[in-house]
Structures are given as C-alpha cells and as structure tokens.
Design a protein around this ligand. Sequence first.
Ligand code: HEM
Length: 521
Amino acid sequence: MEASWLVSSFAWLAISVIIISNIIHYRRPKQNLPPGPKPWPIIGNLNLLVGSIPFRSLHLLSQKYGELMQLKFGSYPVLIVSSPEMAKQFLKTHDAVFASRPLLAAGKYTSYNYSNVAWAPYGPYWRQARKIYLTEIFSAKRLDSYEYIRTEESHNFLSRLYALSQVRVNGCGKPIVLREHLSRFSLSSITRIVLSNKYFSESKCDDQGSVITLDELQSLLHQWFVLNGTVMNIGDWIPWLSFLDLQGCVKQMKDLHKKMDRFNEYVLDDHKAKRDANGKDFVPKDMVDVLLQLSEDPNLDVKLTRDNVKALMQDLLTGGTDTSPTAVEWAFHEIMKNPHIIEKATEELDRVIGRERWVEENDFSKLPYIEAIMKETLRLHPLASLLAPRFAIEDCNVSGYDVSKGTIVLVNAWSIGRNPKYWDAPEQFLPERFLDKKIEILGQNFALLPFGSGRRSCPGYNLGLKIVRLTLANLLHGFNWKLPQNMKPEDVCLEEIFGLTTCPKVPLEMIIEPRLPQHLY
Ligand code: HEM
C-alpha cells in the first residue's frame, strides 16, 4: 500500500515538474522549422519519459508530421529526422555541424567523463580516438588476426547447442531460449578479442574479488546498456533539477561505474605487468594491449590517460556485446514467422558448403541469400532505432530550415527503413529485395542506416557484420529449427523493447535438431 502510494506520488511529482518546466521553458521556436505536434511538446516529453511507449509514438508522430519534426525535451529543442533526404542533410551535407553528442549524465558517470568514443564530444580527443579505432583496432589486418578466436568461440557455441539438442522431455526436444545462448557466445567472443579471457572464473569471485564471472560481467554490461539507453533521466532535460536526481539514475550510474572501474583497473594492471615484463619484445595480443601501447606513444596529439584507456576498453566491450546477438535474434524472429525462408537458406548452404563442414568467413561472398536475410533484418530492425543523438555545435541552415546551436537531432532509422517511397511492401520481410540489386548498408544509402552515417557512424561495423554473418549462417547450417508444438509461425511476436539497442520484447523459444554429422559438433 505504502509502496504504491510512494510510486504514484512520485509519478505525479515528476509529471507536474515536467509540465511546469515546459511552461517555463517552452518558447516558440525562433526557427522556421516545422513545429511538430502543436500542443504536444509536453506530451512528447511524457512519451519519452515513460519508457517503452515512446518509439512507436515517435514513428506515428513522424508519419503525421512529416520528415522533420520538432519536439522539446525539457529545455532542449529536439529534431526527429524521418526521411532519407533529410537524414542525408544532417549526416552528410552538414555532418560536421551535427557531429557532437549531447552531454548527458550517462556519458559523464558511466563512461569516464565522456572519454569513450560513443559519448565523446566532437573535438581533438574524439578525432584521435576514432582514428585509433579505424587504423589500429578495427583495421582489416587486426580483425583478420582474430579470426581464429571467432571460429573457436563459434564452434564452442554450436557444440553447447548440440548438447542441449540432445536433452529430451517426454520423448521430445526441450525448447531453448536462443537469446540466452547468443548473449553468452557474443560476450565470450568479444572479451577474448578485447582483453583475452583469463579474467573470468566459471562460478564465483576469487578471494581478492579481482576476477569476476562472465555472468557478473554480462549483468554489468546489461546495466550499462539500460542506463545509457534511458531517455528517462529528468535531470538531463531539465538541468536545474539535476541536483535532485529525482529518479536515482545518477546514483545507479555512479554505483555501476564503481563496479566496472574495479574490473577495468584489474585488467589494466595485469596487462601492464605483462607488458613491462616482456620489455621491448612485447607483441600486443589483444585490443587492450594495443591501447596501452598507444598510451605510451609520445607522438599522439592528445595523450591517452589511464582513464581514457579504460573508457575505450569499456567502449569496445559495450559496443560489441549487445549488437550482433540482437541482430541474429531478430533474424530468427522473422524467419520463424516465414519458414519458407529457412528452406531457401538451407538449400543455399547445402549447395555451397555441403554437409561435411561448417561455414567459414571466406565463404560469405558465396552465400548471397544469407547476406540478404541479414540485410533485410537490419532494415526492419535497425538495432539503434533512433541513431545515437547528434548535437548541433553551431547554428546551421538545413534545407531552408534554421536550426540553432544546441539542438539535439535524432535520426529515426526505424521509420526510414520502412519508408514506402523507397521500399516496396515495407512492412514485409523479403530478403529477395536484396538479391535483385546491390543495396549498400554502410551509410551511403540514406534509406538504410543500420550503422548510421558520416563522422559518427559505427566504427565496429566490420567486426559486427563478421559475427552476425558467421553466427546466422552456422545456426541455420547446423540445426533444424522448430517452434514449440503449441506455437504457430503467426504467433511469433515482433514487438520491440526500445533502448540503446532495440530488442524483441518476447524472447523466442525453439526446438533444435542437428543437421550435420555428429563428429562436426
Ligand atoms: C551488427 C552490429 C552493430 C550495429 C548494427 C551497430 C550500430 C551502430 C550505430 C547505429 C551507431 C550510431 C551511429 C550514428 O550515430 O550515426 C553505432 C556507433 C558505435 N558503435 Fe556500433 N554497431 C554494431 C557493432 C559494433 C561493434 C562490434 C563495436 C565495437 C566493438 C561498435 C562500436 C561502436 C562505437 C564505439 C560507436 C560510436 C561511434 C561514434 O560516436 O563516433 N559497434 N553503432
């Protein structure tokens, strides 16, 4: 009773504060922008503050109010960009003006004061860190050198699934929840690539508390995603209220940071000790080794501090953990709804790969239908439904509209991928549309923006795509997939949970049977 009273009082307090704040702060835009829903700025705010409603609402509002819609979140003007033409204006024509990020609490408290690439404001530090990513961390040579890790981890993952496929309940296969297994596979692959995997014990922390389990790390990264994906922190949008930390977001961020920093410190100390012990002969093995080596480089324009290295390491772990498995999970939601797609995909796999081996990375170019399934998945389910927020660093005229400095721009990749002007039958999952013509997905085609575009586009796309392709292809190659008996394809739920990455609301349960000879597992 008391708890529900508290919750409802709090909710009313929050709502009143937002309404009052809007009345105080909302001024008619001096710009000539299309205003968006007129009496709605307040409702727009509330939508964004209540969690899962906002995205669908934004999509519907965009459809009603057009390609460029102006909202107000607390004190900030916010533009929602929902057409390929307008996206091109912001992400290409005026990319430099909109290349910064808003300084939200999450970047400050969970990412070493905006030291990761994702939250860093546009400037010399971000430019240098981004260059390090492109030339050192994600270079083709470096990624190729980690291929053996992806292959080994993929094989371990498929073997685990094989073991589960043998479990019987009342003579039938036991359904598995694909999400759980994908997340674990992705985490163990990315941690091995970023920092080697010796920091994880199987079950519990060691006596010094310096080693954590993969489960614990997974839970920390999950919290990081939740707190960084939240647009619910009132203090971000109404700065004069931030000191109250009304919902306790900042407290949660600080608590999370403490735990992550303890782990990050341990990893750096250990890597540094190994490096010092080997002196000049030291050869970097993982991404943390590369970052540490660079932090000692006197020729860097901006010196990399210890906090910077920890922030970048964390950036790589967070960027790599939730993205690829969510894409594969969405692909399975769609193909289980459309089983004929599985038939076509396995026909291609049998013809090109045969049943005596697994798919390898150098097979990708020979599997156009698998590639088409992946692209169609990223069209209908871009992981960042709204691309990470851009922030105008100066006044700018965009296609005749005056956009003032300080405006936050959200590009609505979800609506753009379903724009009927660019896509036939946009709501249908039709991989074939990618077979007929070559459609680019890395940011040159503004009707399809799964990795964003321009200066702030995803630097990890190459690694992400390699993992998605390999996982999707081998899961289809290695197993027959069936829905549990009481479920039909049309029952597969495609609803989303909106966040930093947008994932399926209902995890899919499936029964699996091996397709390949036993010795391959
Ligand atoms: C299928 C996999 C992936 C998808 C769909 C994806 C998507 C995205 C998107 C949409 C953005 C925002 C772009 C923008 O604002 O214009 C982004 C940014 C970013 N991604 Fe990815 N990503 C993936 C994998 C990865 C991986 C594997 C890493 C690192 C290990 C990574 C690291 C980053 C970073 C650091 C940024 C921020 C870039 C900046 O602000 O300059 N991503 N990603």
